[in-house]
Design a protein around this ligand. Sequence first.
Ligand code: ADP
Ligand code: GLC
Length: 464
Amino acid sequence: MKILMVASEATPFAKTGGLADVLGSLPAALVRLGDDVGVVIPKYRVAETSAAERVWLAMPLWVGPHAYRVDIYRLIHRGVQYFFVDCPLLYDRPEIYGSDPDDHIRFALLSQAALGIARHIFRPAVLHLHDWQAGLVAPYLRTTFASDPTFFGLRTLLTIHNLGYQGNYPATAFADLGLDPGLYNPGGLEFWNYVSFLKAGIVWSDAINTVSPTYAREIQTPEYGFGMDDLLRVHARKLSGILNGVDYEEWNPETGPFQEAHYSASDLSGKLASKKALLAEMGLPPDTRRPLIGIVSRFADQKGFELLDGIATWLAGQDVAMVALGSGQKKYEDMFSELAALYPDKFAVRIGYDDAISHRIEAGADMFLMPSQYEPCGLSQIYSLRYGTVPIVRATGGLDDTVDESTGFKFVEYTPKALQAAIAQALDAFEKPVSWIARMREGMAKDFSWDMSAKEYQRLFRSL
Ligand code: ADP
Ligand code: GLC
């Protein structure tokens, strides 16, 4: 079957989070199962695309009143055709996502380009849309191009990777999009006086899924629904949850990139070497006996680090060390930096985005902390399992679906107290090396490779 995916990020070309990991690995897994897969992403300045060849010159596209001519580049990576939309005016910028006043146009054009590619270059049976950045494909297909025979029979799936990001723009943005004014109503893509790209995708796609079964249930409740829970309940019949898989070629303690030392479940000696190296790299005392907690994350409210603020003094009093890598909201960057300044022999932080350090933290830490307020799937805790780095997580979304009592530590209440109890439990358990190592091995043996989940996507595509 031919599937064309549309997204704003894909590893190894452009990444800010787990969305990119999925677009870098799910397509290849589908190809291994016999499907023919293309992926459309913007040709950003930061995207490493020098090996791509131009396959289409000056494709004319419209976003409402705005006319563009874009070149399409293609690169075959792991058997997948990655199509890059070259529109320097919109994508040749320092950041993937700024808060540019024309952001809605940038991603409306991505949707139009995906339909252009589906028309001229790669004609799919299913268009697989990822997150709000691809949301407008659905209404363009079902309204603007409704009577275009090119697209007869074409079906759409929208995957929601994170309901917290909805692509909502002031009503004035609507005129830029070239959609029928009648669509701007609460049954369409109007959302509390905003134009919502995600809502557009939800309303007009043939099916919707999220990236874990638990999150698919949670988003239908006011607590996790970001104002869209009633809309999702209305569309519940076409909503399901498919757990993400992970790419064990990239995230593998035996062979993975960037590591100081390699190791496996049967020979863990390289993990100790990795810990030593990580402590040195981060400027922490070379005390390998003391448990080391790792964090690699976007610093956003979603990730629950406000809970850590409430227990920092307690944590500093424990026999433990912590390394954090991340960037995002300034208040969390400041919180981690202040902790590192106050307790330099306990806390270390690197503010920024760094692929190499992220791998070395997975390899070198004993525990991995994700106290998320909500977590659609979460990939880092799954990588941690494979690295024998015991996850401490809040029981929500995909964290709840991938970590259990035998492989990690979970807490339910979103409070500092509950987080403290889970960390205390982990620190206690670390004191008993035999059962600790058994727990590490239990996690390392878990298999979250894409094969199973890719088959679930295949079933969904075929049911469409
Ligand atoms: P999310 O997509 O919500 O950020 P996930 O756990 O699904 O959360 O995926 C996060 C991905 O981004 C992982 O591959 C993780 O290693 C990576 N990542 C997050 N922050 C950083 C960072 N500062 N430097 C390097 N990689 C990071
Ligand atoms: C989002 C979610 C994360 C998920 C990732 C990939 O960024 O926050 O939980 O793992 O998408 O689906």
